[in-house]
Design a protein around this ligand. Structure first.
Ligand SMILES: [Zn+2]
Length: 175
C-alpha cells in the first residue's frame, strides 16, 4: 500500500497522505512515528526510514462529514458481490430493493450491489414478489467518514494499518 496513514491525536484515522508529506510532518514536529514501513529509502549516504503510520501531536478538530451514499460506496460495502446470487467479477449494477417508483428510497438501507442477470430477473418487484432472497440486509456502515468509504476499506486491507482503522468501522474479514 502506497502512502502513510495519518491519525489524529485521539487516534482517529484522518487521512492517507504520501511519504514526503508525512516526513514533513515528522520533521516539523507536528506528528510522531507510530509504525515504520518495512521498506526504507536508500539514498547515497543515508538510509531514510519511511513511516507507515504517524500520529499528530495536537488534536485537529474537523467537522464530521456526512457519510454519503454512492455507487462506488455501495459496491465497496457489498465487496463487489451480487447480493442475490453471490456472483463476483461480473457486470454489476445497483438495485433498489424496494423499487424506486413504489416508494423505495435511494439510501444505504435500500441499495445493494446486484448483477445484471439478477437485476433483470427481479425487474420492478420486491425480493418477496420475485422469490429472490438477499444474502444480507443492506446497512448503513458504522464508520467515521474522514476518509472516503472506498479508500477506508482499501486501507483496512493493509495489515499494518488495520488495527488503527478497525475500532472505527465494521470491517469485513480479511480475504
Ligand atoms: Zn446475481
Amino acid at each position: 500500500m502506497e502512502g502513510v496513514l495519518v491519525l489524529n491525536h485521539n487516534y482517529q484515522p484522518l487521512n492517507v497522505t504520501n511519504a514526503r508529506r508525512a516526513l514533513g510532518l515528522l520533521y516539523l514536529g507536528k506528528a510522531h512515528l507510530v509504525e515504520k514501513d518495512s521498506k526504507a529509502f536508500h539514498s547515497e549516504r543515508t538510509v531514510i526510514e519511511l513511516p507507515a503510520v504517524v500520529r499528530l501531536n495536537h488534536h485537529v478538530r474537523r467537522p464530521t462529514p456526512a457519510l454519503r451514499v454512492s455507487r462506488k460506496a455501495i459496491f465497496a460495502r457489498d465487496d463487489h458481490t451480487c447480493q442475490y446470487c453471490g456472483a463476483r467479477g461480473t457486470a454489476l449494477t445497483i438495485d433498489h430493493v424496494a423499487p424506486k417508483d413504489r416508494g423505495g428510497t435511494t439510501d444505504w438501507t435500500n441499495l445493494v450491489c446486484c448483477c445484471t442477470k439478477c437485476n433483470n430477473l427481479k425487474g420492478n418487484r420486491t425480493p418477496e414478489e420475485s422469490g429472490m432472497r438477499l444474502r444480507r440486509r443492506p446497512f448503513r456502515p458504522k464508520f467515521i467518514p474522514y476518509i472516503s468509504y472506498t479508500k477506508f476499506l482499501a486501507a483496512a486491507a493493509n495489515p499494518v494499518w488495520r488495527p488503527y482503522l478497525a475500532p472505527y468501522a465494521d470491517l469485513p474479514p480479511l480475504a
